[in-house]
Every structure is written in structure tokens, then in C-alpha cells.
Design a protein around this ligand. Sequence first.
Ligand code: UD1
Length: 425
Amino acid sequence: MDRIRIIGGTPLNGRIRISGAKNAALPLMAACLLSDEDVTLTNLPHLADIMTMTNLLAQHGVKLTLTDQDGGALCFNASHIFNLKAPYDIVRKMRASILVLGPLLSRFGKAKVSLPGGCAIGTRPVDLHLSALEKMGAEIKIKEGYIVAFTETGKLKGAEIVFPKVTVGGTENILMAATLAEGRTVIKNAAREPEITDLAECLIKMGAKIEGLGSDTLIVDGVEHLHSATHKVIADRIEAASYAIAAAITRGRIELTDIPLNLLSAVAHVLIDIGVSITETENGFITDAQNAYLIGTDVMTEPYPGFPTDVQAQLTALLTTVSGASLVTESIFENRFMHVPELARMGANINVHGVSSAIIRGVPRLSGAEVMATDLRASMGLVLAGLAAEGETIVNRVYHLDRGYEHLEDKLSSCGANIERLHGE
Ligand code: UD1
């Protein structure tokens, strides 16, 4: 298995182009199942999760065509779907596979999708997806580890869905399902993540009738048919936040391009609060922590527009290197402090209280160590710690990073990081 080797301690300095967002690309790819015409997505990142979604769609019968040389644009054609089953072997690799359920059920009146099961950052059930689809007239049974869903008439019916808890994937699944349902669907307490607005914008290009974009109430009037469209995947705000933190943790300066700063308001506020300078540019922003004196702060993760849970591990790594104490509270997922014991092995001073809070006291210097993490963002937290630490850090289980960070080593070494991939057998 591959590993990443980092020699830390160099302030990073340079410019990084931000890729298309994985968490926008995955639902957009699932949305291609709603139409029998070509849907072309551009700015797709080269990531393992995108490959997994490609494989899932292909086994349903979706035809894929590369429409540019480097593969950043793909044309999806779902006119000959021959299999409505999403198998366990693919779903277990990537929970976002559940996003094919709404589109398949809505267009074909039935679907069979493996239950995702547990994952490293908590139990992460899909009960809210299922109860909302039931409200739209679907009959759902769990059989031999699969969600077996069908509609008696072959069509879902519009309904009022009030999510008791904000769910990104649940909102996306119901939004897609509602586009081809009979009548009006109102989704209340909808998640407001920019990736959902991106999905809604693409669906509108395909002929869907959706109002309330960016708000917590989405109104969808079902249509008979969705047609061809071309859509550019929104920039990855989590990748951008991670590289902004790379600049901060190494006390360097990085310009990030192709990313609107307003997608990262909550992260920018926290960075500014601890003493980092953030300057907006024409198509991105500059994060500058050269000669800065950084101090601790208190942060709680929340649904958008709050501070993202997907940046919690990276921020925690940064806070281990600043003066004074910080309190980080995780309110979205249980079990999302798995990186803490590994950071402690690098000399960090962190006390986890219960399952949701961590008190971090800054230390003068982290020291390199061999570490591993159990999920994507926690792995990035360790890479960032390694960039700041004295000496050598080896990050194991690089496959987590390959799920979500395109050209990670290239992007960081272009800013002066001493980082390389060690290929395993
Ligand atoms: C998405 C993101 C993930 C991010 C998360 C929260 C993608 C592909 N993944 O995950 O990177 O960390 O949003 O911003 O976009 N829940 C239930 N029942 C459900 C659904 C969710 O209890 O049916 C709970 C979850 O366990 C969690 C919370 O709701 O505690 C939020 O989860 P959700 O927003 O659904 O996350 P994902 O869509 O899985």
C-alpha cells in the first residue's frame, strides 16, 4: 500500500488551482440517471470516488464518453439502463452510492440499493432518505442487506418532506427524486450546502422546475422528462480550506485560484480570528501567515453556512501549533476525533471530552512520526501536521487521500513542500 513521506518545517509559498468538488460531482453524476439524453459534466476531479461512481453507473448501463483529453469532462448517457441494482461491493466502498436510489426509483419506479452500513466516522444511517421516499409513495423493504424500493404506479408522488435533521445526501436524493415525481414536492429544513445548489442548477438546465435555491426550503414541481445539459462542477471548498490551512500551519503564503472566497466564509472567519490574513483576489484568495502570531479559538462544526465538519480535522491540526487553548466541538458526526491519538503521537496536546469536544493546547513544535488515519479528512489533518512538524512523517493508508484530494503531492510540492509518495507493493 502506498504511503506519503513528508519532511516538515518548510513554510509553503506558491499558488494552487482548486479542483472541482468531489461532493458536488458525485450527486451530479447520479443525476445523469434521471434523463435518457446526454449529460456532460466538466471540471470533474480525478479521484478514486469519481471512479467508483463511474463504475456504479456503468454497471447500471450508463454509457460514458470522455469529451476532453485529460478526462476532466465526461458525457453520461443513461438511455439504456438494464440493471436497477447497486451492489454491496461498490456501495461499501463509497457511501455516496446511496445517491442513485432517488433517481432510479423516480425514473423507473423501482430500485435495489445495498445498505451502506457503518463507517469510520459514525453509524451514518440513511433512515431520513428512506422515510422521505416513503412519504412520496415508495414502498420500501430491507431484504438481505438491500434497500428494495418500488412504487405501485411506477411514479413517485410530490409530498411535503420535513427533514427532522439537516442531511446533505438526504436533501440531494429527494431533490433528484422530486424532479420526475407527479406534482409538487416541498423539502423543508433542506441542507443549504453549495454542492446542493450546484446540483439544483444542473437539474434546472436539464428541465427541472426547482425554486428556493440556497434556502432551507426547496420547491420542486415534477416534470415528465429531463433532457440533455452541460454543467461545470463547482470548485471544491473543502480542498481550498485544506490548502489555506497548509499555508497557515507552515506559516507560509498560498494563493488559491478558481475558488470563490464566499464558499468558505465560515473557514475564512475562523482563520482570520486566529491571526491569519485572508485577501480576496479576482478568482480566489491568498492565505498569508508569514511572521504571524497565531492564537487559539473556539469552533463548532455545523451545517452550511456554519463551519464544515469536513474541515474539522485539518483545523484541529492547525490549532495544535498556535498559542493558547482552543475548543473544537463536532456537532455533525459522532466518532470524528479519530485523528487525535495520531496527532498526540506527533507531540500535540489534545484532550477529548466525551464524543463531541476536544480541548487543544498549542505546543511550540510538532515532531514527525509514522501515523495513519481512518478517513479522508482525518488523513489530511495528519498530512498538514506533517508539513509543520520537525523531521519525517509517514502517513499510511494513502487510499483515503486519493478519494478526495486530486494531485495532492504535486500541489503541495509546487509550493515548496518536501512530500513524496512511497509506492507499496
Ligand atoms: C455529506 C458529505 C460529507 C460531509 C457531510 C456533512 C458527500 C458525498 N458527503 O455526507 O463529506 O461530511 O455531508 O456535511 O457530500 N443522518 C441520519 N439519517 C440519515 C442521513 C443522515 O441520521 O438518513 C445523520 C448522519 O449520521 C449525520 C448527519 O445526519 O450525523 C449529517 O449527515 P449527512 O448530511 O446526510 O451527510 P452525508 O450526506 O452522508
